[in-house]
Structure formats: structure tokens, C-alpha cells
Design a binder for this molecule. Sequence first.
Ligand SMILES: [Cu+2]
Length: 194
Amino acid sequence: MRIPLAIAACALAAIVAFADDDDGRGKFKGRLSGFQEVPAIVTTGTGEVEVEVIESPKSLRVTLAYSGLEGAAQAAHLHIGQRGVNGAVAAFLCGGGGKPACPAAATDLTVTIGVSDVMAIPAQGLNAGNIDGLIKALENGAVYANVHTTKHAGGEIRAQLGRGRGAGRGRGHGEGQGQGQGEGQGHGQGRGNH
Ligand SMILES: [Cu+2]
């Protein structure tokens, strides 16, 4: 029996995606825009961010691309906070915290966040070095990337990190999967982890 290659690849991608869910590993993505800031910001700036969980040594490989910023980028961080809410800085991507300066207007950089890069946020329950806590927040949709600029010090573009958005091979595949998983995931994983 011959299985068309495209279908086989799609099935394989689905299996991999579900395996990722089961053990809590995986990739998280987001598109940065001013409208995700709190309050919303009107800006020409846009960007993309992707976070991949690396198991050994436990770390996050983060790629951040941005362009069109109206102010010069000063810092970019991962923050702990759900959509529509501002939270504190959990890790620097650039512009401090031992990371290189942020390119002013546009970049496409890759940064590794290790245990020692995870900052303490006592008010939000995150201890310094608690990368597992940061990953758990990622898995529950409670981490966002934020790019701060000279024009918008509190953040010019922001993206809530989630699974699926564009993570699939095909566009339709990725979106369908992302939404289905996103909704079931909070409950399933919340229960599993407690
Ligand atoms: Cu920040």
C-alpha cells in the first residue's frame, strides 16, 4: 500500500505535535505588534518570535525578528503575563542581562536563555533560575515577548507566545492544529502538572 507522501508527512507532523504536547516540550511562536501592548500602541513596528525548549542543557532557544520600529530598540524581554496584562521581566533577549545590545530598527537574532538567565519575579512566583517555571508559564500561554524602544519605553511591540501559530508545515495545517490544541491544552496540562 502506498501512502501519498504529502499525507504521510502531514500525519507525521501531527504525531510529533501531539508528542510535544504530552511531554511538555516544543515550540512556541508569536507575531509581535503594537496592538498586543497594554494599552495598545499604533506603530509601524512588527516582528516574529519563536521559542524552542531545549532539554539538555535545559534552555530556551529564542529567535526574535523585528522591523519598522518607530523608536530605537532598547531592550527585548520575555515577560510572565497572560494576554492583555502586563507582567514582569523573566529574561532578557537583548539590551541587558548579559545579552548583546538590541539593533535599533531591525534584527533577526537568536539568543539562548539558560537557567542563569531566568530572573526572579517574587510577586509572580518565579524564582531566579527556575527555567521549569518559565516553561510551565509558556505552556499555559502566560509568557509574552516585548520590545521596548526609545519612543515606547513600556514596549512598542509585543507577542503572546503560543503553540501552533504557523508551527505546522502548511499554513492551514498549522492554524487548525494551533487553535484546537490551544484550547484543550490549558486544562489538560494544568491537571497533569498538579
Ligand atoms: Cu520587557
